[in-house]
Design a protein around this ligand. Structure first.
Ligand SMILES: Cc1cc2nc3c(=O)[nH]c(=O)nc-3n(C[C@H](O)[C@H](O)[C@H](O)COP(=O)(O)OP(=O)(O)OC[C@H]3O[C@@H](n4cnc5c(N)ncnc54)[C@H](O)[C@@H]3O)c2cc1C
Length: 347
Protein backbone atom coordinates (compact mmCIF):
# COMPACT_ATOMS: atom_id res chain seq x y z
CA UNK A 1 0.00 0.00 0.00
CA UNK A 2 1.75 3.24 -1.11
CA UNK A 3 1.87 5.82 1.70
CA UNK A 4 3.94 8.84 2.71
CA UNK A 5 7.19 6.78 2.61
CA UNK A 6 6.59 6.01 -1.09
CA UNK A 7 5.71 9.64 -1.81
CA UNK A 8 8.97 10.64 -0.17
CA UNK A 9 11.15 8.19 -2.10
CA UNK A 10 9.41 8.22 -5.50
CA UNK A 11 8.66 11.93 -5.76
CA UNK A 12 10.30 14.17 -3.16
CA UNK A 13 13.74 12.57 -2.95
CA UNK A 14 13.88 11.81 -6.69
CA UNK A 15 13.61 15.56 -7.40
CA UNK A 16 10.38 15.51 -9.42
CA UNK A 17 8.23 17.09 -6.70
CA UNK A 18 7.00 20.40 -8.12
CA UNK A 19 6.42 21.76 -4.60
CA UNK A 20 2.77 22.44 -5.45
CA UNK A 21 1.53 21.66 -1.93
CA UNK A 22 -1.31 19.27 -2.92
CA UNK A 23 -0.08 16.50 -0.62
CA UNK A 24 -0.21 18.89 2.34
CA UNK A 25 -3.75 20.01 1.48
CA UNK A 26 -4.87 16.42 1.09
CA UNK A 27 -3.67 15.12 4.48
CA UNK A 28 -6.88 14.70 6.49
CA UNK A 29 -5.04 15.07 9.81
CA UNK A 30 -2.59 17.86 8.93
CA UNK A 31 0.44 15.65 9.44
CA UNK A 32 2.32 17.04 6.46
CA UNK A 33 3.94 20.45 6.63
CA UNK A 34 6.06 22.68 4.44
CA UNK A 35 9.54 22.50 5.98
CA UNK A 36 12.74 23.88 4.40
CA UNK A 37 11.32 23.99 0.91
CA UNK A 38 9.76 20.51 0.79
CA UNK A 39 6.64 18.74 2.05
CA UNK A 40 7.60 16.83 5.20
CA UNK A 41 5.96 14.66 7.81
CA UNK A 42 7.82 15.75 10.97
CA UNK A 43 6.91 12.55 12.80
CA UNK A 44 5.36 9.26 11.83
CA UNK A 45 1.80 8.97 13.13
CA UNK A 46 -0.26 5.83 13.71
CA UNK A 47 -3.01 7.26 11.53
CA UNK A 48 -0.63 7.21 8.53
CA UNK A 49 -0.34 3.42 8.70
CA UNK A 50 -3.42 2.69 6.62
CA UNK A 51 -3.63 6.01 4.78
CA UNK A 52 -2.63 6.48 1.13
CA UNK A 53 -4.19 9.92 0.70
CA UNK A 54 -1.05 12.05 0.25
CA UNK A 55 0.47 9.53 -2.18
CA UNK A 56 -2.56 9.49 -4.46
CA UNK A 57 -3.09 13.27 -4.19
CA UNK A 58 0.28 13.79 -5.87
CA UNK A 59 -0.16 14.05 -9.63
CA UNK A 60 3.36 12.74 -10.12
CA UNK A 61 2.25 9.32 -8.86
CA UNK A 62 -0.33 8.75 -11.58
CA UNK A 63 -1.43 11.57 -13.88
CA UNK A 64 -3.88 10.58 -16.58
CA UNK A 65 -3.74 13.43 -19.09
CA UNK A 66 -6.16 11.93 -21.62
CA UNK A 67 -8.82 11.10 -19.04
CA UNK A 68 -8.43 14.57 -17.49
CA UNK A 69 -8.79 16.24 -20.91
CA UNK A 70 -11.98 14.24 -21.41
CA UNK A 71 -13.20 15.33 -17.98
CA UNK A 72 -12.60 19.02 -18.74
CA UNK A 73 -13.18 19.33 -22.49
CA UNK A 74 -15.22 16.24 -23.29
CA UNK A 75 -12.50 15.00 -25.65
CA UNK A 76 -8.76 14.44 -25.97
CA UNK A 77 -6.58 16.88 -27.84
CA UNK A 78 -5.75 16.25 -31.49
CA UNK A 79 -2.12 15.96 -32.52
CA UNK A 80 -2.08 19.40 -34.15
CA UNK A 81 -3.34 21.06 -30.93
CA UNK A 82 0.16 21.86 -29.70
CA UNK A 83 -0.96 24.35 -27.05
CA UNK A 84 -3.82 22.17 -25.82
CA UNK A 85 -7.55 22.55 -26.42
CA UNK A 86 -8.90 26.10 -26.55
CA UNK A 87 -11.87 28.15 -27.71
CA UNK A 88 -10.31 31.53 -28.36
CA UNK A 89 -7.09 33.45 -28.03
CA UNK A 90 -6.44 37.19 -27.65
CA UNK A 91 -3.92 39.87 -26.89
CA UNK A 92 -5.32 41.93 -23.99
CA UNK A 93 -4.50 44.68 -21.54
CA UNK A 94 -6.31 46.16 -18.53
CA UNK A 95 -7.04 49.90 -18.62
CA UNK A 96 -6.61 50.37 -14.85
CA UNK A 97 -3.45 52.22 -13.75
CA UNK A 98 -3.44 50.73 -10.23
CA UNK A 99 -3.30 47.19 -11.65
CA UNK A 100 -0.75 48.09 -14.35
CA UNK A 101 1.57 49.76 -11.82
CA UNK A 102 2.32 46.37 -10.27
CA UNK A 103 1.31 43.70 -12.74
CA UNK A 104 3.78 41.72 -14.80
CA UNK A 105 2.41 42.22 -18.30
CA UNK A 106 -1.09 43.37 -19.31
CA UNK A 107 -2.49 42.89 -15.78
CA UNK A 108 -5.10 40.47 -17.10
CA UNK A 109 -4.76 37.96 -14.25
CA UNK A 110 -5.50 40.65 -11.67
CA UNK A 111 -8.28 42.09 -13.84
CA UNK A 112 -9.94 38.63 -14.01
CA UNK A 113 -9.66 38.28 -10.24
CA UNK A 114 -11.27 41.66 -9.60
CA UNK A 115 -14.05 40.90 -12.09
CA UNK A 116 -14.93 37.49 -10.58
CA UNK A 117 -14.88 38.89 -7.05
CA UNK A 118 -17.12 41.84 -7.93
CA UNK A 119 -19.46 39.63 -9.97
CA UNK A 120 -19.85 37.35 -6.92
CA UNK A 121 -18.35 34.36 -8.73
CA UNK A 122 -15.56 33.77 -6.17
CA UNK A 123 -14.97 34.52 -2.49
CA UNK A 124 -11.20 34.58 -2.71
CA UNK A 125 -8.11 33.38 -4.56
CA UNK A 126 -4.95 31.44 -3.81
CA UNK A 127 -2.02 33.50 -5.08
CA UNK A 128 1.73 33.99 -4.63
CA UNK A 129 2.91 37.01 -2.69
CA UNK A 130 6.50 38.18 -2.74
CA UNK A 131 8.84 37.95 0.21
CA UNK A 132 12.09 39.47 -1.11
CA UNK A 133 11.01 38.07 -4.52
CA UNK A 134 10.54 34.58 -3.08
CA UNK A 135 6.96 33.50 -3.80
CA UNK A 136 4.88 32.69 -0.72
CA UNK A 137 1.36 31.24 -0.90
CA UNK A 138 -1.47 33.45 0.26
CA UNK A 139 -5.27 33.56 0.27
CA UNK A 140 -6.53 36.97 -0.91
CA UNK A 141 -10.15 38.04 -0.61
CA UNK A 142 -9.97 41.71 -1.66
CA UNK A 143 -8.92 43.72 -4.71
CA UNK A 144 -6.02 45.21 -2.71
CA UNK A 145 -4.90 41.68 -1.83
CA UNK A 146 -4.96 40.72 -5.54
CA UNK A 147 -2.88 43.78 -6.47
CA UNK A 148 -0.42 43.09 -3.64
CA UNK A 149 0.15 39.56 -5.01
CA UNK A 150 0.42 40.61 -8.67
CA UNK A 151 3.66 40.43 -10.64
CA UNK A 152 5.79 37.38 -11.45
CA UNK A 153 7.94 35.81 -8.76
CA UNK A 154 10.37 33.27 -10.20
CA UNK A 155 10.40 30.40 -7.72
CA UNK A 156 8.29 27.40 -6.75
CA UNK A 157 5.55 27.91 -4.20
CA UNK A 158 3.32 25.36 -2.43
CA UNK A 159 0.16 27.35 -3.22
CA UNK A 160 -2.14 24.33 -3.15
CA UNK A 161 -1.52 23.71 0.53
CA UNK A 162 -3.67 26.83 1.02
CA UNK A 163 -6.77 25.01 -0.29
CA UNK A 164 -7.35 23.69 3.23
CA UNK A 165 -6.76 27.15 4.75
CA UNK A 166 -9.12 28.82 2.29
CA UNK A 167 -11.93 26.27 2.42
CA UNK A 168 -11.77 24.99 6.00
CA UNK A 169 -10.19 27.77 8.09
CA UNK A 170 -11.53 30.75 6.13
CA UNK A 171 -14.74 28.95 5.09
CA UNK A 172 -14.57 30.22 1.50
CA UNK A 173 -17.05 28.37 -0.72
CA UNK A 174 -15.72 29.52 -4.10
CA UNK A 175 -12.00 29.80 -4.67
CA UNK A 176 -9.91 30.71 -7.71
CA UNK A 177 -6.45 29.20 -8.09
CA UNK A 178 -3.80 31.09 -10.04
CA UNK A 179 -0.68 29.10 -10.79
CA UNK A 180 1.99 27.77 -13.07
CA UNK A 181 1.26 24.69 -15.23
CA UNK A 182 2.31 22.34 -12.41
CA UNK A 183 -0.20 23.93 -10.01
CA UNK A 184 -2.92 23.62 -12.64
CA UNK A 185 -2.13 20.00 -13.55
CA UNK A 186 -2.01 19.11 -9.88
CA UNK A 187 -5.37 20.78 -9.18
CA UNK A 188 -6.99 18.96 -12.14
CA UNK A 189 -5.61 15.71 -10.75
CA UNK A 190 -7.30 16.52 -7.41
CA UNK A 191 -10.54 17.08 -9.32
CA UNK A 192 -10.09 13.76 -11.17
CA UNK A 193 -9.56 11.79 -7.94
CA UNK A 194 -12.57 13.53 -6.32
CA UNK A 195 -10.59 15.33 -3.61
CA UNK A 196 -13.14 16.25 -0.94
CA UNK A 197 -12.37 20.00 -1.07
CA UNK A 198 -12.29 20.26 -4.88
CA UNK A 199 -15.96 21.38 -5.20
CA UNK A 200 -14.89 24.75 -3.77
CA UNK A 201 -12.44 25.32 -6.64
CA UNK A 202 -14.41 27.52 -9.00
CA UNK A 203 -11.85 28.85 -11.46
CA UNK A 204 -8.34 27.91 -12.60
CA UNK A 205 -6.20 30.68 -14.10
CA UNK A 206 -2.95 29.21 -15.43
CA UNK A 207 0.24 31.07 -16.29
CA UNK A 208 2.58 30.25 -19.17
CA UNK A 209 5.88 28.90 -17.85
CA UNK A 210 8.99 27.72 -19.69
CA UNK A 211 10.73 26.92 -16.41
CA UNK A 212 11.13 28.10 -12.85
CA UNK A 213 14.26 29.04 -10.92
CA UNK A 214 15.71 27.99 -7.57
CA UNK A 215 15.25 31.12 -5.49
CA UNK A 216 18.53 31.05 -3.54
CA UNK A 217 20.61 30.69 -6.72
CA UNK A 218 18.74 33.56 -8.33
CA UNK A 219 19.14 35.77 -5.25
CA UNK A 220 22.90 35.06 -5.00
CA UNK A 221 23.48 35.89 -8.67
CA UNK A 222 21.56 39.16 -8.37
CA UNK A 223 23.47 40.13 -5.22
CA UNK A 224 26.81 39.31 -6.92
CA UNK A 225 26.18 42.43 -8.97
CA UNK A 226 25.81 44.45 -5.73
CA UNK A 227 22.07 44.73 -6.20
CA UNK A 228 20.10 44.35 -2.98
CA UNK A 229 17.14 42.07 -3.72
CA UNK A 230 14.84 44.29 -1.62
CA UNK A 231 15.45 47.16 -4.06
CA UNK A 232 14.15 45.19 -7.02
CA UNK A 233 10.82 46.35 -8.42
CA UNK A 234 10.36 43.75 -11.18
CA UNK A 235 11.97 40.58 -12.51
CA UNK A 236 11.34 39.36 -16.04
CA UNK A 237 12.69 37.09 -18.71
CA UNK A 238 12.58 38.47 -22.23
CA UNK A 239 14.33 37.84 -25.54
CA UNK A 240 16.80 35.41 -23.99
CA UNK A 241 17.76 37.76 -21.16
CA UNK A 242 17.10 37.65 -17.42
CA UNK A 243 16.25 41.15 -16.20
CA UNK A 244 15.95 42.58 -12.69
CA UNK A 245 14.84 46.20 -12.38
CA UNK A 246 15.39 48.67 -9.54
CA UNK A 247 13.93 52.19 -9.54
CA UNK A 248 17.05 53.55 -11.26
CA UNK A 249 18.79 50.61 -12.90
CA UNK A 250 18.36 47.40 -14.83
CA UNK A 251 20.50 44.30 -14.27
CA UNK A 252 20.50 42.08 -17.34
CA UNK A 253 22.37 38.93 -18.29
CA UNK A 254 21.94 36.11 -20.84
CA UNK A 255 19.34 33.52 -19.88
CA UNK A 256 21.97 30.79 -20.45
CA UNK A 257 23.48 31.87 -17.11
CA UNK A 258 20.31 30.67 -15.37
CA UNK A 259 20.45 27.09 -16.65
CA UNK A 260 21.93 25.83 -13.34
CA UNK A 261 19.01 27.33 -11.41
CA UNK A 262 16.30 25.28 -13.11
CA UNK A 263 14.89 22.55 -10.83
CA UNK A 264 14.81 18.97 -12.12
CA UNK A 265 11.00 18.86 -12.07
CA UNK A 266 10.90 21.67 -14.65
CA UNK A 267 13.07 19.63 -17.02
CA UNK A 268 10.43 16.89 -17.10
CA UNK A 269 7.46 19.26 -17.40
CA UNK A 270 5.71 19.11 -20.77
CA UNK A 271 3.23 21.94 -20.32
CA UNK A 272 4.14 25.47 -21.40
CA UNK A 273 0.76 27.22 -21.49
CA UNK A 274 -1.17 25.69 -18.56
CA UNK A 275 -3.09 23.53 -21.01
CA UNK A 276 -5.66 22.37 -18.45
CA UNK A 277 -6.66 25.76 -17.02
CA UNK A 278 -9.97 27.54 -17.63
CA UNK A 279 -8.01 30.56 -18.84
CA UNK A 280 -4.25 30.71 -19.51
CA UNK A 281 -2.26 33.94 -19.44
CA UNK A 282 1.29 34.72 -20.55
CA UNK A 283 3.14 37.37 -22.51
CA UNK A 284 4.69 35.36 -25.33
CA UNK A 285 3.18 36.30 -28.68
CA UNK A 286 1.98 39.72 -27.50
CA UNK A 287 3.49 43.19 -27.59
CA UNK A 288 5.31 44.68 -24.60
CA UNK A 289 2.90 45.40 -21.72
CA UNK A 290 0.17 43.17 -23.18
CA UNK A 291 -0.98 39.70 -22.13
CA UNK A 292 -1.66 36.67 -24.27
CA UNK A 293 -4.94 35.13 -23.12
CA UNK A 294 -6.08 31.61 -24.05
CA UNK A 295 -9.72 30.84 -23.29
CA UNK A 296 -10.13 27.11 -22.87
CA UNK A 297 -13.35 26.14 -21.10
CA UNK A 298 -16.96 27.29 -21.07
CA UNK A 299 -16.39 28.72 -17.55
CA UNK A 300 -13.36 30.63 -18.84
CA UNK A 301 -15.29 31.90 -21.86
CA UNK A 302 -18.22 33.21 -19.79
CA UNK A 303 -15.90 34.98 -17.38
CA UNK A 304 -13.72 36.55 -20.06
CA UNK A 305 -16.77 37.74 -22.05
CA UNK A 306 -18.12 39.34 -18.86
CA UNK A 307 -14.77 41.00 -18.25
CA UNK A 308 -14.71 42.33 -21.84
CA UNK A 309 -18.29 43.61 -21.57
CA UNK A 310 -17.41 45.45 -18.35
CA UNK A 311 -15.16 47.68 -20.49
CA UNK A 312 -12.08 47.54 -18.25
CA UNK A 313 -9.82 45.79 -20.74
CA UNK A 314 -8.78 46.25 -24.35
CA UNK A 315 -8.44 43.19 -26.58
CA UNK A 316 -7.02 42.65 -30.05
CA UNK A 317 -6.03 39.82 -32.37
CA UNK A 318 -2.96 37.96 -31.19
CA UNK A 319 0.28 38.80 -32.99
CA UNK A 320 2.22 35.53 -33.01
CA UNK A 321 0.61 32.18 -32.25
CA UNK A 322 3.18 30.11 -34.18
CA UNK A 323 5.96 30.90 -31.75
CA UNK A 324 3.86 29.83 -28.74
CA UNK A 325 3.14 26.54 -30.54
CA UNK A 326 6.82 26.07 -31.30
CA UNK A 327 7.87 26.61 -27.66
CA UNK A 328 5.12 24.21 -26.51
CA UNK A 329 6.31 21.49 -28.89
CA UNK A 330 9.94 22.00 -27.83
CA UNK A 331 8.98 21.79 -24.15
CA UNK A 332 7.14 18.48 -24.65
CA UNK A 333 10.10 17.03 -26.56
CA UNK A 334 12.58 18.17 -23.93
CA UNK A 335 10.43 16.63 -21.19
CA UNK A 336 10.36 13.27 -23.00
CA UNK A 337 14.10 13.37 -23.49
CA UNK A 338 14.72 14.33 -19.83
CA UNK A 339 12.42 11.57 -18.60
CA UNK A 340 14.47 9.07 -20.60
CA UNK A 341 17.70 10.55 -19.26
CA UNK A 342 16.45 10.38 -15.67
CA UNK A 343 14.84 6.98 -16.40
CA UNK A 344 11.46 8.18 -15.12
CA UNK A 345 8.13 6.69 -16.10
CA UNK A 346 5.45 8.94 -17.67
CA UNK A 347 3.77 11.25 -15.13
C1 LIG B 1 7.76 31.00 -12.88
C2 LIG B 1 7.06 31.68 -14.01
C3 LIG B 1 7.55 31.56 -15.32
C4 LIG B 1 6.90 32.18 -16.39
N1 LIG B 1 7.37 32.00 -17.67
C5 LIG B 1 6.71 32.56 -18.71
C6 LIG B 1 7.15 32.33 -20.05
O1 LIG B 1 8.13 31.62 -20.30
N2 LIG B 1 6.45 32.92 -21.08
C7 LIG B 1 5.34 33.69 -20.83
O2 LIG B 1 4.73 34.20 -21.79
N3 LIG B 1 4.90 33.92 -19.57
C8 LIG B 1 5.56 33.37 -18.51
N4 LIG B 1 5.09 33.56 -17.24
C9 LIG B 1 3.86 34.35 -17.02
C10 LIG B 1 4.10 35.84 -16.95
O3 LIG B 1 5.29 36.13 -16.23
C11 LIG B 1 2.92 36.57 -16.26
O4 LIG B 1 2.65 35.96 -15.02
C12 LIG B 1 1.66 36.48 -17.10
O5 LIG B 1 1.91 37.05 -18.38
C13 LIG B 1 0.51 37.21 -16.42
O6 LIG B 1 0.75 38.60 -16.42
P1 LIG B 1 -0.34 39.58 -15.85
O7 LIG B 1 0.21 40.98 -15.94
O8 LIG B 1 -1.66 39.28 -16.48
O9 LIG B 1 -0.41 39.07 -14.35
P2 LIG B 1 -0.51 39.82 -12.90
O10 LIG B 1 -1.79 40.63 -12.97
O11 LIG B 1 0.76 40.50 -12.65
O12 LIG B 1 -0.73 38.59 -11.98
C14 LIG B 1 0.24 37.56 -11.89
C15 LIG B 1 -0.31 36.47 -11.00
O13 LIG B 1 0.63 35.40 -10.96
C16 LIG B 1 0.76 34.93 -9.63
N5 LIG B 1 2.14 34.43 -9.47
C17 LIG B 1 3.28 35.15 -9.52
N6 LIG B 1 4.34 34.35 -9.36
C18 LIG B 1 3.86 33.11 -9.19
C19 LIG B 1 4.47 31.85 -8.96
N7 LIG B 1 5.79 31.69 -8.86
N8 LIG B 1 3.68 30.77 -8.85
C20 LIG B 1 2.33 30.89 -8.92
N9 LIG B 1 1.69 32.06 -9.14
C21 LIG B 1 2.45 33.15 -9.27
C22 LIG B 1 0.49 36.14 -8.77
O14 LIG B 1 0.00 35.77 -7.50
C23 LIG B 1 -0.54 36.92 -9.58
O15 LIG B 1 -1.85 36.60 -9.21
C24 LIG B 1 5.75 32.97 -16.14
C25 LIG B 1 5.25 33.10 -14.83
C26 LIG B 1 5.90 32.46 -13.77
C27 LIG B 1 5.34 32.59 -12.37
Amino acid sequence: MPAYEELESEVIESGICTCCGACIASCPLNHLQWINGIPKRPEKKDACKDCETCYHACYKTGFNESKIEEMIFGRQRREEEAIGIYRNIFEAKVNDKKILSKSQDGGIVTAILRYVLNADIIDGAILAESYKWKPEPTVATTFDGFVKASGTKYGTTPNLMKIRTAVIDQTLDRVCIVGTPCHIRSTRHLQYINFELYPAITLLVGLFCRENFEYEKMRKRIEEDSVDITEITKISVSKNFFNAYTKENKLSFPITETSGWVPKHCLVCEDYTSELADISVGCEGSGEGWSTVIIRTETGEKIFSGLERSGVITTKTLGDLDHIKEVSIRKRRKAEHSRETFKLKED
